[in-house]
Design a protein around this ligand. Structure first.
Ligand code: SAH
Ligand code: SF4
Length: 347
């Protein structure tokens, strides 16, 4: 199969550039509006689907532009209805994406990088290092792929797949804006959540954005020595500095950040760890998401027993800290980040 396409992806054109192309081809301006609707609201992936655009114009466009959509290399469907995809881009790079339906909602988990340089000890993505960052288009294409596969409107997107979004800040924000565009997919800013392992300059820049995007921080331990072992790539952004950056974010935006806390047996579920987490959160605007560690093949770390998770939730609640126990969606389908990809690489 031809994998490289030298034509430009028409979907990377701005509205102004689209207007210019239409004018160059001697077409009336309303054609540009029609094209934009097909490209950015209806998310078609071929010129032939643009049924109200004359065939001649479609052919002219096809001579100059292409649709560089990702290919689905693998798909797993979970008993809970979530679907996990391995999507490959034209240069052969692949990433994981998950679609999670619930009642009349559809949530998508996207990757922002192929691999990740942070090397977190519990994360399958971290094991193989970073291949490359994704473009905004590649991030958005994951959402479109899931929307088409479910044939449903996507109601929320979490940037919690592979990669560290704030190590790819500009493309991440571009993707957020494309997803949020009222003339495009129109997903509300509050329903767009970015998760960071704690890249402080990224948190500061994120606080400056005018949109109400949601921020999640992977905390996993409020004791520095434990966090250094679990998340070695983020050591330089220490807990006191992280705490300060988050408080500034809260003051600036008035929005409630959430903390992700994957509970690992004997590591971050001990009494001192629980106390440290309580004092990190107490009296601040935040929401703690507790999750049992997703077992990764080959890892010595095991999930905490459920009763420990429940006891931590109780203790946090007593101290006035909002806490939810999240169940890991699709844990029967290699749903923890990086697992599906790793399986394919290892085949
Ligand atoms: N790099 C970003 C976003 C991607 S990771 C970040 O770290 O926040 C998305 C979430 O999955 C993070 O909270 C991460 O810590 C968590 N995660 C990774 N491996 C996991 C595992 N084995 N079990 C539970 N959560 C895991
Ligand atoms: Fe990267 Fe996030 Fe995985 Fe850490 S948890 S290795 S930051 S993707």
């Amino acid at each position: 199969m031809e994998r490289t396409n030298r034509l430009q992806d028409i979907r990377t054109l701005s509205r102004d550039e689209l207007n210019d192309v239409v004018a160059e081809l001697g077409q009336p301006a309303f054609r540009a509006k029609q094209l934009a609707e097909w490209l950015f609201a209806k998310n078609v992936s071929s010129f032939d689907e643009m049924t109200n655009v004359p065939k001649k114009l479609r052919d002219q466009l096809a001579e100059r532009f292409c649709f560089n959509v990702p290919t689905e290399v693998a798909k797993q469907v979970s008993r809970d209805g979530s679907r996990k995809y391995l999507l490959e881009f034209s240069d052969g790079t692949s990433v994981e994406t998950v679609g999670m339906p619930s009642r009349n909602k559809l949530s998508v988990c996207v990757s922002t990088q192929a691999g990740c340089a942070m090397g977190c000890a519990f994360c399958a993505t971290g094991f193989n290092g970073l291949s490359r960052s994704l473009t905004a288009r590649e991030i958005v294409d994951q959402v479109i792929h899931v929307a088409n596969d479910f044939d449903e409107r996507v109601t929320s997107v979490v940037f919690m797949g592979q990669g560290e979004p704030f190590a790819n800040f500009d493309e991440t924000v571009k993707a957020l804006r494309i997803l949020n565009d009222p003339d495009g997919m129109a997903i509300g800013a509050r329903h767009l959540t970015v998760s960071t392992c704690g890249v402080i300059p990224g948190i500061r820049r994120f606080a400056e954005l005018p949109e109400q995007f949601t921020l999640a921080i992977s905390l996993h331990s409020a004791i520095q020595s434990t966090r250094n072992k679990l998340m070695p790539g983020i050591k330089k952004y220490t807990l006191p500095r992280l705490h300060e950056a988050i408080q500034q974010y809260v003051e600036k935006t008035g929005r409630r950040p959430s903390y992700e806390y994957a509970m690992i047996d004997g590591i971050n579920d001990t009494n001192p760890e629980m106390e440290a987490l309580i004092s990190f959160c107490e009296g601040t605007l935040c929401h703690v998401n507790l999750i049992q560690l997703n077992d990764t093949p080959g890892s010595l770390m095991k999930p905490s027993p459920m009763k420990k998770v429940e006891s931590l939730q109780k203790r946090l609640s007593i101290h006035g800290v909002e806490t939810t126990i999240r169940n890991s969606r699709g844990n029967d389908i290699d749903a923890a980040c990086g697992q599906l990809k790793q399986k394919h690489v290892n085949l």
